[in-house]
Design a protein around this ligand. Sequence first.
Ligand SMILES: O=C[C@H](O)[C@@H](O)CC(=O)C(=O)O
Ligand SMILES: [Zn+2]
Length: 285
Amino acid sequence: MSETSTETDYEIRFAIDPATAAAMDTRELRESFLIEDLFGPDMVGWTYTHYERLAVGSAVPVKEALRLEAIKPTGTVNFLDRRELIAVNIGGKGTITADGELFSLEHRDMAYLGMGTKDVVFASENGSAPAKFYLLSAPAHQTYKSMLISVSDAKRLDLGAPETCNERSIFQFIHPDGARTCQLVVGMTTFAAGSVWNTMPCHVHDRRAEAYLYFDLDEKARVVHLMGEPDETRHLIVANEEAILSPAWSIHSGVGTARYTFVWAMAGDNVDYTDVDPVAIEDLR
Ligand SMILES: O=C[C@H](O)[C@@H](O)CC(=O)C(=O)O
Ligand SMILES: [Zn+2]
């Protein structure tokens, strides 16, 4: 890809409190917590949230490479002057060049870019099977090393059972023995054939907000994503390659009408994956 474009779009989502969310109808819930049309071609798109100032976005270089540029909400000269970023490739092979360092990402690989990285360019190896970079960024307080994290470097945790339709593997890309980050904790969850329930039994963690990207879901299939306080649940019907925002007070769990994969990402007061408050299934309302 010879040309480099800098078309960037963003929208802001304010933080919603639980009482306000409980009074919302379907349309309002979707406008507040669902991100549709996430992967627009040949542009960088952001949803800048007021949940931990976590920004969720995408870069899909089809005709040309795409440069990361600052957006007004960051208030900085370069996007990463006071932030860190993780890019997860859910498409074809692609590259990320960060201040001259080249990272090659296969399908399902991630790259971590540390605070202070100035020049970032996303490119596809082949525009007819473009890379699809799912972007996550949070404020940072120090610079950790930029690095490629391939799915084979991730720490694998097998959970669930076929009888409860929740047999799945959690790939923790950020863990204490791997890449260091300030706030971002990101991973991917895949399912055994026949299993469709993620994160059930579910949990909350007031210390961290979370975002999910559901992908590799059949175009006509949907995930029924559960949100809300444990005793006041709501649902979002989610299509392939759509993301949801999960405030710190909300459960985040889902059941697919067919198989899918998802990327989960958190930011907040700690990076301890195990620091969750479990919710018993019988306590859900
Ligand atoms: O706080 C952690 C996140 O919710 C995910 O790790 C949960 C998940 O992938 C699962 O149980 O399927
Ligand atoms: Zn969680």
